[in-house]
Design a protein around this ligand. Structure first.
Ligand code: GLN
Length: 535
């Protein structure tokens, strides 16, 4: 048996309670006590991964080093803990069934009837223990997506029941619930929590700790009620009150002793008191800005800010480092396609970021935003599709190639300055088939990219099908657009900039996936600095 202990986090009453933030906060506290931790998310939906999900429904798709397309909660895990996640850290019902069905087709079950219990639950348990079996972690925190009582989460709860039975004091269950406040009655209500714990008990799982999300402080008598009805000692009823920033939650959980209760339940003597000086320093700077900038974020999913989660968080990290508050002005790319006054939209911003994305909608608006930034010397940052738009804009308006385009939008363009790689052309399936995950990049000395990273060899994560078409590279460099980052293996252009512009940066990769509280991303720092200079 490995040293690993298992912590399960389930949710009750309603979705969107922030299980990901609670899991991440607990991980921060355990790490600060000197333990190694990883967090995993099990998602009950049938998609194999979130790569094919609409960002409007599920928010951004987060990409890991190994190229897994995962739930956005994995972004929180990495940002809070600075621990890399991988494909093993996000498993869906679809993936579980896919492996079981593949095994059945191979004949691995030797004539057995394949059933939810034990075959599906065994596969779930195996996926949970894959991380523990590496022996790299003192704790594996497993967050179960969805809400207890959902039909689709039943096999996951059953797997927890079995693992609790098998592992005894090496497993603990934290149940996150909501305590609504009825203003007419002037009261906090525990009934939904009681029901949700009952639903868990019906499925054979007694939670060990209850974390109560609430908008108002929870009184001792409320704690007493939950304790009595849910068979939980009062010190294991933990308040999680609404916080002004998600980054406050680890400190709130420290105050509420969530980590202490978890260690107690697992019979572990705490190694040491948690050291959170760096975290507190980050929060101090975040809450005490000395200046402010406004960045226009031009995208097509701007109505749902979660679709750009990692970018928003990267701004928070970089802004805190510079003690600069970053305000985002959301700009719907499609709107820019109409006959709008671009000055009215952009004259009050200090920088323009053109966001990643897919498909035709809003593309011409994004290109117009690039043109505005280039012509008005406004600091510009283009990420993935945003970089591709910068290349198209330059081709059209500087090189004079009027119909230049990416072949994603126009297969017949006479100037396919962004084009699909040969290997991509043969691929028919949409899921998991892009250039995904970490690739090395060599940074050209003397560029703004180099000034930001201060090093020649970097590695960043990708998620795209189309690439800068190197056939045209010479014309670009001859006219002032520099290829500042090159993939050393494939020679693909990974970054472009315009030397004569105060700050004009386009990157084919996604720097936002690697920004952390502990390590804000150098490209976001340099962009905010440039925006502050333009304030
Ligand atoms: N749609 C573009 C491509 O596939 C860009 C993708 C992105 O912005 N992530 O290459």
């Amino acid at each position: 048996m490995t040293k690993t202990h298992y912590i399960f986090v389930t949710g009750g009453v309603t979705s969107s309670l922030g299980k990901g933030i609670i899991s991440s906060s607990l991980a921060v506290l355990l790490k600060a006590r000197g333990y190694t931790v990883t967090i995993q998310k099990l998602d009950p939906y049938i998609n194999i991964d979130p790569g094919t999900l609409n960002p409007y429904e599920h928010g951004e798709c987060y990409v890991t080093e190994d190229g897994a397309e995962t739930d956005l909660d994995l972004g929180h895990y990495e940002r809070f803990t600075n621990v890399f996640t991988s494909q093993s850290n996000n498993v869906t019902t679809g993936r579980i069934y896919q492996s079981v069905i593949n095994q059945e087709r191979r004949g691995d079950y030797l004539g057995d009837t394949v059933q939810v219990i034990p075959h599906i639950t065994d596969e779930i348990k195996r996926r949970i223990q894959i991380l523990g079996n590496t022996d790299e972690y003192d704790f594996v925190i497993t967050e179960i997506g969805g809400t207890v009582g959902d039909i689709e989460s039943l096999p996951f709860i059953e797997s927890i029941r079995q693992m609790k039975w098998e592992l005894g004091s090496k497993a603990v269950v934290i149940h996150l619930t909501y305590i609504p406040y009825l203003s007419a009655a002037g009261e906090l209500k525990t009934k939904p929590t009681q029901h949700s714990v009952k639903a868990m008990l019906q499925q054979g799982v007694q939670p060990d700790i209850i974390v109560c999300r609430t908008e108002h402080p929870i009184t001792e008598s409320i704690k007493g009620k939950i304790s009595l009805f849910c068979n939980i000692t009062k010190d294991c009823v933990v308040e999680s009150i609404d916080a002004p920033s998600i980054y406050e939650v680890p400190l709130n959980m420290l105050k509420e002793r969530l980590d202490v209760q978890v260690l107690k339940k697992l019979n572990i003597d705490p190694k040491r008191e948690p050291d959170l000086t760096q975290w507190e320093d980050f929060l101090y700077k975040l809450h005490n800005p000395l200046q402010e900038v406004t960045i226009a974020l031009v995208g097509k999913y701007v109505e749902l800010h979660d679709a750009y989660k990692s970018i928003c968080e990267s701004f928070i990290h970089a802004g805190a480092t510079l003690q600069c508050k970053v305000k985002i002005k959301w700009v719907q790319a499609e709107k820019l396609e109409q006959n709008v006054d671009m000055n009215a939209i952009f004259s009050d911003v200090n920088g323009i970021l053109v966001a990643p994305g897919f498909g035709q909608r809003g593309i011409e608006g994004k290109i117009k935003a690039v043109q505005y930034a280039r012509e008005h010397n406004v600091p510009f940052f283009g990420i993935c599709l945003g970089m591709q738009c910068a290349v198209i804009e330059f081709a059209r308006n500087v090189l004079g190639w009027q119909d230049a385009n990416t072949t994603e939008m126009d297969t017949d363009t006479p100037y396919p300055v962004i084009d699909m790689m040969e290997q991509q052309k043969k691929i028919k399936n949409m899921g998991g088939t892009m250039r995904l995950g970490a690739y090395p990049c060599v940074v050209k000395q003397g560029t703004k990219l180099f000034a930001a990273y201060q090093t020649e060899n970097i590695s960043e994560r990708h998620r795209h099908r189309y690439e800068f078409n190197s056939d045209y590279l010479q014309s670009f460099t001859d006219n002032g657009m520099v290829a500042s980052g090159i993939n050393p293996e494939s020679n693909l252009v990974e970054a472009v900039e315009i030397a004569s512009h105060p700050y004009f940066m386009g990157v084919q990769f996604h720097p936002e996936y690697k920004s952390r509280v502990e390590k804000p991303h150098p490209l976001f720092i340099s962009f905010i600095k440039a925006a502050a200079n333009n304030a």
